[in-house]
Structures are given as C-alpha cells and as structure tokens.
Ligand binder design. Sequence first.
Ligand code: FES
Length: 319
Amino acid sequence: MASFLPMRIGEIQRIADTVVTITLEGVQGSPLPSYEPGAHVDIRLPNGLLRSYSLTAPYDRTRPYTIAVHRGRASGGGSSYIHEHLSPGDEVEVSVPRNLFPLLPGMHTSVLIAGGIGVTPLYCMAQHLTAQRRPWRLAYAARSRGAAAFADALQTLASQASAGLTLHFDDEAAGHVLNIENLIKEAPADAHFYCCGPGPMLDGYHAACSALERERVHCERFGGQAIQAASGSFEIELTRSSRTLHVGPDQTILDALLDAGIDVEYSCMQGICGSCVTPVLDGEPDHRDAFLSLDEQAAGDRIMICCSRSRSAKLVLDR
Ligand code: FES
C-alpha cells in the first residue's frame, strides 16, 4: 500500500467549465516529498473513496502540490464529491507521489498529445521541458474552449518556448477529430510520444504508433472505459504463497486476496492507476482495466487484479 500523508486543502480555483485546480498543503511543516513530471497522487476522500490525480506543475519544495479535478458526467463519486463538498481548510489523506508516466531524459523532441483532463500530466511535462530548454510540441483536444483546462497557460508557455501547440475543439471542428497519425508522421525521427486521454483516444494513438519502437511510445489512460460488472467464477493459484483461492462471480481478485488476509498494493480500484499490477504465469486474463495498452493486454503476462478477471478456469499469479 502507498503511504499517506495528512494534507490540507488550500486554494480551489475554477479553471474551465468543469475543472477546478486544488492546492494540497502539508500539515507537518516539512517540505513535501519530491516527484518528477507525470507523477500522480492518490487522495483518500472523507467519503471513503480513493482517487488518483496527476500533479499539474513540476516539483518545487517551497510550494504545495496542485491537482486538477474534472467533474465528469460519468463520475464514480470522487470528482463530484470534490467539487461539491471539499473546501479550503479541509484535511484529506494524500499518498506520496508515484510516477507511472515518466518523461525520459535527453534532447530529443517530446510530442505531447492530450485529450480532456488528460492534459494535466502533459502540462506539467511541458513546464519542465521548457525550464530544461528541451524541445517539445503539444496537441490538445477538448470538447470546447470553455472545457479546455490550461489552454491559455499552454499558449503562453508554447510561445515562451517556441514550441508547437495545436488546440482542437470538437465543437469547432465540424465533426473531425484530432489527427494523431499526422502528429506522429510529422515528428522528428527520434521523437518520443506521450499521450494521456480517454480510452478511444488512446486506442487511436496506439494504432497510429504501431510501427514505432515501443520505447518511444508512452501513455497514461484515465477512466477510459467503464469497468464491466464481474461475472463467472474461477480459481487463482498464488505461487509465492502456495495457495489457491476461489474468486466468486461478485468478487474481484483483489477482494479474494484481501479476504484471505494477503497484503496487496492497490489504489484506485478502477483499473486506472496500475498499482495493483500482478504478473500472470499461466492462464488467460480477461482484461477490464484502462491502464495497460492493447498490446500489453494481448501479451497476457500482467493483470490488474482490482477489476480484470479470467477467461480460463484458473489463473496462476506470481503473488
Ligand atoms: S488499483 Fe488502480 S489499477 Fe488496480
């Protein structure tokens, strides 16, 4: 399990139609733990939910953390709670930052591709790249100008850095979507690509990057696909603890492990954050997460145990 710190809500500021930024201040008087661009924190809300949010700005030991929270129509109760109930001064528990979407070092061009609130980690990366005088370009698709968090700040940053910025607003695009294939084709030969957005955008991104070396293709998926209801039962064999457990039709693998008293790392419980990833040694996973790429899911050697299930009667897990 990630370790958590007590933190206090500082400023809450509306920056787009359905997006607020929130500063999180330490309450223990010492500098907050450091992180690299692309990192996120998990917040344990007073209503019991645990939610993951990317940090919007590079680490500065003199400043609080800042996250951006989009209140989506499909909110599972986390972002709507934050928008409706949290106020400056409230205390929440916040995990030490973790980074599942790191920016690689080097002077190659970084091509950042954002959809909706997926812009958050990329905005942090763009600030860092600018400070490091490294080349970058960014394409950002949002429903409308009013819905586009950080659009003005990105325009200012891009002009300071002489970086390319493409803003795509669905309601001004006559039914066209952001052309990711062109972004890939037009990039320098050594460019690295970073994409964060909803599931359909990530699927298009992976298709457009299919001919590239995997090391140059980076992504973070958020809430892209609803987690389907559990169904069917199966067995899990745990090689490290030499145990076999039954996973019932209304249970997740994570539930079965926790019920059996086995300590496991997890966070979002939504197939988004990647913290519950578990190696698969045998059997066929039924992937229902929004974290692994389609290629990674097809490889079948890892599973997100908070939501994914099994197509075979038994899964053998390195756990
Ligand atoms: S706990 Fe976040 S993906 Fe499983």
